[in-house]
Every structure is written in structure tokens, then in C-alpha cells.
Design a protein around this ligand. Structure first.
Ligand SMILES: *[C@@H]1O[C@H](CO)[C@@H](O)[C@H](O)[C@H]1NC(C)=O
Ligand SMILES: *[C@@H]1O[C@H](CO)[C@@H](O)[C@H](O)[C@H]1NC(C)=O
Ligand SMILES: *[C@@H]1O[C@H](CO)[C@@H](O)[C@H](O)[C@H]1NC(C)=O
Ligand SMILES: *[C@@H]1O[C@H](CO)[C@@H](O)[C@H](O)[C@H]1NC(C)=O
Ligand SMILES: *[C@@H]1O[C@H](CO)[C@@H](O)[C@H](O)[C@H]1NC(C)=O
Ligand SMILES: *[C@@H]1O[C@H](CO)[C@@H](O)[C@H](O)[C@H]1NC(C)=O
Ligand SMILES: CC(=O)N[C@H]1CO[C@H](CO)[C@@H](O)[C@@H]1O
Length: 604
């Protein structure tokens, strides 16, 4: 906490303040009992039923674990509960018994990451929360016995930070036989028919999954990660040239491959989309290192051939900007960070020769640091030893980048825009026939960062849109487990405005901030027999203030918060809507509506 003095001796800048905010604990009206936190999400569909069986793993405690190896538990499914399951849900329950800062956490099964999460800024009274995630796509690993379940959570205990994190991991297994009877409620005759039919499809299809890429769980999942695991299996990426690779051999009868990427941004890149070019600091003689511009992209290569990239979603952890904004509802994705999927089937031609191939992951223009690793999901042909594959098209034009920097000393404006459109296709000839997979990926990135009032006001506006199209040709009856066509569109708009004012007392300050951000996803799947859509719209609109009198030790921040959040999820299983309203840490409204049950609500 030397940073307060440091801030006032250097020129006041937001970048130093962000790090200050993340290290201090907020004080709302003091809490006497542990505060319960949550992330606004739709519960996994399976949890509407009772699980067929449940596995509670022993509680793990994370006290002073910085620099320590992760904690490892031996995993095996319960004896009377071997798969296949219709769904498996990971249940994480955490409590913290004192003051603590935000931490990042990862859980791996047999070295394959199954959850990336973060923890809360707990006050003296402590905190607790719960995370549930559908992990059915990892079924092939979940059915293994005596494999390691690894938890990495670096925590620090000192005179001020007293909170030990107690973590319980449970797995809930569902077999989907005891589907509940749905009652269609509607006053329109036509609505009733539609509603009943969609319910029937829904109860039948809850045997499979609603996520396009993992409709049927893969037969084999290979981690592209740090095998050593002494500091967790993730790769720690310091800069663009610091990419990491792993050599792996894949079975020669693989007919489909999807790479799932887990990523989180930390330290100087935690708020990468507010990073000006490094020059801004040099010109103004500032010490901050939060530079290198605002564009970041996670890229993957196989044997140095570029095979795809993804734009990361800006997750705001619980210490971000003004910690009061994330209490009790944390930022979008903070407890269950989004993952990103790359369809790699068109590249099987390079991979099926039985040799080892090098999968590399990096982050364009990154600065310290990112934690990134990936899982290679493979589907195997049970009826042949060798599948034949060939590349048909490989079109990767350069990334388009446009930068418009207007330097006016501390008051400057930095605009960046970039985009790309890439296309791959390849055929796979297995016992199921010969099909061609075409993949196109497009994305658009725009960012404007504006510093006003001599750098005390920061205004940043980010917009990211990505679109992936996967087509499997020709659609064949014999290959019902592959989709004919799918389109996945994601949008991440974010607007952040924060102003800091030094107070009259030494070291004191006050700040005001506004953050509006959204996670939007639309998946459209066209099958021979069935078409369906799933949409997620999640938006958080936050405003707050923060004051430090400057005469106190860490934990002396107090202020206000106003948060409005709206979540809508529609897919084959759910029409979930949640509206939340929080003022000064207290919930005014938390309304959950089943839009399927009351179709009229949606038109309001
Ligand atoms: C925590 O660990 C650090 C170094 O790893 C050590 O310096 C410190 O004394 C430890 N604190 C406690 C309370 O054990
Ligand atoms: C973890 O499980 C133990 C044993 O069931 C229970 O006593 C404890 O309260 C649980 N902790 C959390 C954080 O849920
Ligand atoms: C938190 O719990 C641990 C035991 O897990 C205990 O050693 C520690 O004293 C507790 N801390 C506080 C602040 O109560
Ligand atoms: C798992 O390990 C336990 C004890 O270490 C052993 O009794 C059991 O047979 C093992 N199970 C399998 C499937 O290897
Ligand atoms: C990138 O990171 C690596 C690993 O920390 C370091 O050795 C290298 O000097 C860094 N390169 C640049 C350009 O900063
Ligand atoms: C599969 O189809 C592709 C293109 O349609 C063709 O080039 C290839 O020769 C076919 N392979 C086999 C084994 O039939
Ligand atoms: C956009 C930008 O400034 N990129 C720089 C990020 O840092 C690396 C060095 O680590 C430079 O090579 C890039 O030009």
C-alpha cells in the first residue's frame, strides 16, 4: 500500500489508482455476518431435477498459498454411479473468514481445466458464494477413476489480510430418466401448441447438451497446458513473444477436433482495453506500465501454422475500479470466466500421421500477464484405426489494424480498430462417410480511450463482435452427431468512465465511476431434423463513488453503488430472465421470470 504516496508524488493517473483499488477492501455499512455473493447466471438446466448421485470432495483450505503448489485431490466417480450421465454439474462452494483481496482460481481434472473462477474482496466479516457449472462436456474424464483434481488459488495472509478461503468441490451426476412433467401455461391456443411441442423437444434433448460444440461430449480431451503443474497447469504469458507450446500426438482415428481456450488477464493487462500506447507514459513522465495499446488477441498455431484466434471478454474482477460495484453481485463472468472454442477439424490432415505436433498459444501485444491454457477435444471413429483427412482451403489475410492517436500531453485520445476474416476447410473420411468442414471466423474490434482533466478522467469505450460459421457438407443421415451448420455470434460492448479528485488531506481522494458492459451470444444451429437457437443477453449497468480520507490504513474505502443487471437466456431447455437492482450493496429487486411459462412477459 505504498502506492498512495507514490500516486501523489507522480502525476495523478488512473492507472496507478486501478491497482490501488484492487488492493483495498471496501467498507459499506459494516456487515456483522459473512456477506453472500453471487453471479447473475441461469442455473444449469439439469439442476431443475435432483441428481442421481453426488460426490462431495474433501474441503480444501487456502491460507498463505502464494508461490505454493496447487492442492490436489484424487478423483473417482462414486461406485454406484458410473456413466454415461445425461449431465454433470460442478458445484463450488467457497467461504472466506476475514478480509481478503480478489484472487484468480483454476480447477483441472487430469490436467484439463474445467473451471476458471475468481474470488471476492471480502471484508472483516467474511464472505461466501457458490458457483455451478455444467461440465458434461468433460464426461470422458469424469468417468475416469483415480485421476487428479487440482485446485490452484494463490492467497496471502498477513496482519491486514486475514481471510482463509475454504473451498468445497462437489460433482452432481444426472441420468435424465426422471424428467419432470412440464405444464404449458398460455392463454393463446397457438401459444399452447408451440409451447408444448418445444417442451417435448426440450425434455428429449436434455439427454444431449445445448452447447453446439460439445453436443456429444468428446471421446478424448488432451490439455494444451503446462504439464509441470507446480504453479497450476496454466501458461503464464508475459508478452507477445512469450507464447507457450506443447507437443502432442493424437489418435489416427480422430474425425473431429475442437480447441477450448481458458484465459484471464492480470496485473498490467487486467484492464487491457484501457491501456494507452506506452508513449503516453513516456511523454508525461508517468511510471505506470499499463501500456502497449488496447488490442489483445489470443492466438493458436499448430507447428507454427496459424489456426485461429479469439477476442477475450473483459471480465471485471471484484476489485475492479470500485469494489463496491461488485457486491453482492459480481461482474459478468467473474465466477465462471467465459471460454472460447475453435473448430480445428479442417486441420486434421496435418495431425493424423501419428507424429507429435506442436500446439502454441500466445496473446498479441500482451504485457504481464495472462494465464492461458486450452483443452483439445477429440471425437474418435470406433470403426476404423485410421481416418483420412485433407485440407481444402486455408485463407488467412493479415489482421487489419487502424490506429489514430491524438497526443495532447495528459489529455489525449487513442482510437484503435482492427478486424479479420479467415476461412478454413478440410475433409474427413471416416467409417461414417466423407464430409467437409468449412469454418469462417470474423471479428471486429473498436476501442476509444480518452483522458481528460489532466489524466484524472478516463473514458474508455470498447466494442468487440465475433462470428464463427461452421458448415459440415454434405449433410449426411449416417452422421447425425455432426451438425449441418452453426453460427455463433458474440458481442462484448463496454463503456467505462471514471474520475478521480484529490482531497484536501494528504493521501485522500474521491472517485466517481460508471461502467456499462454486456455479454451477448447468439447460436443458431441448423440440423437436418431440427433447427434451434440459443441466446444469452447479460448486461450490467453500474455507477458508484469511492472516498478515502487518507488517514487510515488499508480497508479504509467507503462509498456508494447503484447496479442494474438484466439477464436473458433462451435455449432448447430454458427461457430464463433475471432482473437485479442493487443500491449501496443492498438488493432492492431480484426477479426471476420463466419466459416460457409466461410468453406475454417478453413483449413488455
Ligand atoms: C506467508 O508466506 C510468506 C512468504 O511465502 C511469508 O513471508 C509470510 O510470513 C507468511 N505469512 C504467514 C502468516 O504465515
Ligand atoms: C464444506 O463442507 C463441510 C463439510 O460438509 C462443511 O462443514 C463446510 O461448511 C463447507 N464449506 C463451505 C464453504 O461450503
Ligand atoms: C479462518 O479460519 C482458519 C482455519 O481455517 C483459522 O486458522 C483463522 O484463524 C480464521 N481467521 C479468522 C480471521 O477468523
Ligand atoms: C483407485 O485407488 C484406490 C486406492 O488407491 C484403489 O483401491 C482402487 O482400486 C483404484 N481404482 C482404480 C480403478 O484404479
Ligand atoms: C517477454 O517475456 C520473456 C519471459 O518473461 C522475457 O524473457 C522477454 O525478455 C520478454 N520480451 C520482451 C520484449 O519484453
Ligand atoms: C473426400 O471428399 C473430398 C472432397 O469432396 C475429396 O477430395 C476426397 O478425395 C474424398 N476422399 C475420400 C477418401 O473419398
Ligand atoms: C501496439 C504496441 O505498442 N505493441 C508493442 C507491445 O510490446 C511489444 C514488445 O513487448 C512491441 O514489440 C509491440 O510493438
Amino acid at each position: 500500500m505504498t502506492s498512495i504516496v507514490h500516486i501523489f508524488y507522480s502525476i495523478f493517473s488512473f492507472f496507478l489508482l486501478f491497482s490501488l483499488f484492487t488492493s483495498a477492501s471496501p467498507i459499506f455499512p459494516p456487515h456483522s455476518s459473512p456477506k453472500e455473493y453471487f453471479e447473475v447466471t441461469a442455473p444449469p438446466p439439469a439442476t431443475a431435477q435432483s441428481p442421481s448421485c453426488t460426490l462431495h470432495l474433501p474441503q480444501q483450505d487456502f491460507a498463505n498459498t502464494t508461490g505454493a503448489p496447487p492442492s490436489t485431490i484424487l478423483y473417482a466417480p462414486p461406485d454406484d454411479c458410473s456413466g454415461p450421465w445425461s449431465s454433470v454439474v460442478l458445484d463450488l462452494a467457497v467461504s472466506c473468514n476475514g478480509t481478503q483481496r480478489q484472487r484468480i482460481a483454476g480447477i483441472w481434472l487430469a490436467g484439463v481445466e474445467i473451471l476458471r473462477s475468481s474470488t471476492v474482496q471480502a471484508t472483516k466479516a467474511g464472505a461466501s458464494w457458490k458457483v455451478q457449472k455444467d461440465v458434461t462436456k468433460y464426461s470422458s474424464l469424469l468417468s475416469l477413476s483415480n485421476v487428479s483434481l487440482t485446485l490452484m488459488l494463490e492467497n496471502t495472509i498477513n496482519d491486514f489480510l486475514t481471510g482463509v478461503l475454504h473451498v468445497n468441490v462437489s460433482l452432481l451426476y444426472y441420468n435424465g430418466d426422471d424428467e419432470p412433467d412440464f405444464v404449458a401455461i398460455s392463454d393463446g391456443v397457438d401459444d399452447t401448441i408451440v409451447s408444448e411441442r418445444s417442451r417435448k423437444v426440450s425434455s428429449k434433448s436434455s439427454i444431449v447438451k445445448y452447447q453446439f460444440f460439445y453436443e456429444d461430449p468428446a471421446d478424448l480431451i488432451i490439455p494444451i497446458a503446462d504439464d509441470d503443474g507446480a504453479n497450476g497447469f496454466w501458461f503464464k504469458i508475459q508478452n507477445q513473444s512469450n507464447s507457450h507450446a506443447k507437443g502432442i500426438q493424437i489418435p489416427r482415428n480422430t474425425y473431429r477436433a475442437v480447441l477450448e481456450i481458458y484465459a484471464s488477464a492480470h496485473e498490467d493487462d487486467e484492464f487491457w482495453y484501457t491501456n494507452p500506447p506506452t508513449c503516453y507514459y513516456k511523454i508525461n513522465n508517468l511510471k505506470s506500465k499499463r501500456g502497449n495499446g488496447s488490442f489483445r488477441e489470443i492466438f493458436t498455431t499448430i507447428d507454427d501454422l496459424y489456426v485461429g484466434s479469439v477476442s477475450p471478454f473483459p471480465v471485471l474482477y471484484t476489485g475492479a475500479i470500485n469494489p463496491l460495484l461488485w457486491s453482492p453481485a459480481v461482474g459478468i463472468g467473474a465466477f465462471d470466466l467465459p471460454t472460447y472454442d475453435l473448430e480445428l477439424t479442417p486441420f486434421l490432415a496435418q495431425l493424423l500421421d501419428g507424429d507429435a505436433h506442436f500446439f502454441r498459444i500466445g496473446v498479441t501485444d500482451s504485457i504481464p500477464f495472462w494465464l492461458v491454457n486450452a483443452n483439445l477435444h477429440l471425437w474418435l471413429d470406433p470403426s476404423s484405426d485410421v481416418v483420412e483427412a485433407g485440407t481444402v482451403l486455408y485463407r488467412v489475410p493479415d489482421l487489419y489494424v487502424q490506429r489514430d492517436y491524438q497526443y495532447r500531453k495528459l489529455n489525449s485520445v487513442f482510437k484503435e480498430a482492427s478486424g479479420r476474416q479467415i476461412e478454413f476447410s478440410g475433409f474427413v473420411s471416416s467409417s461414417k462417410g466423407n464430409s467437409t468442414t468449412q469454418v469462417t471466423y470474423q471479428f471486429q474490434f473498436q476501442n476509444v480511450i480518452e483522458f481528460q482533466k489532466k489524466g484524472r478522467l478516463l473514458d474508455a469505450e470498447l466494442f468487440v463482435k465475433s462470428r464463427t460459421d461452421v458448415r459440415v457438407l454434405p449433410p449426411r443421415v449416417a452422421l447425425l452427431d455432426l451438425k449441418s451448420q452453426a453460427t455463433i455470434v458474440r458481442k462484448y460492448p463496454l463503456h467505462l468512465r471514471a474520475m478521480i479528485t484529490p482531497g484536501s488531506a494528504f493521501d485522500s481522494y474521491s472517485s466517481k465511476s460508471e461502467v456499462t458492459h454486456e455479454f451477448e451470444e447468439k447460436v443458431e444451429v441448423e440440423l437436418e431434423q431440427e433447427n434451434y437457437q440459443s441466446t444469452v443477453f447479460n448486461s450490467q449497468d453500474c455507477r458508484g463513488s469511492l472516498k478515502s480520507r487518507g488517514d487510515e490504513k488499508q480497508g479504509s474505502l467507503y462509498g456508494t453503488s447503484h447496479v442494474r443487471q438484466s439477464l436473458r437466456v433462451r435455449d432448447r431447455d430454458r427461457c430464463y430472465s433475471q432482473t437485479l437492482s442493487v443500491d449501496d450493496g443492498e438488493i432492492d429487486k431480484n426477479e426471476v421470470v420463466d419466459l416460457c411459462a409466461s410468453p406475454r412477459v417478453e413483449s413488455i
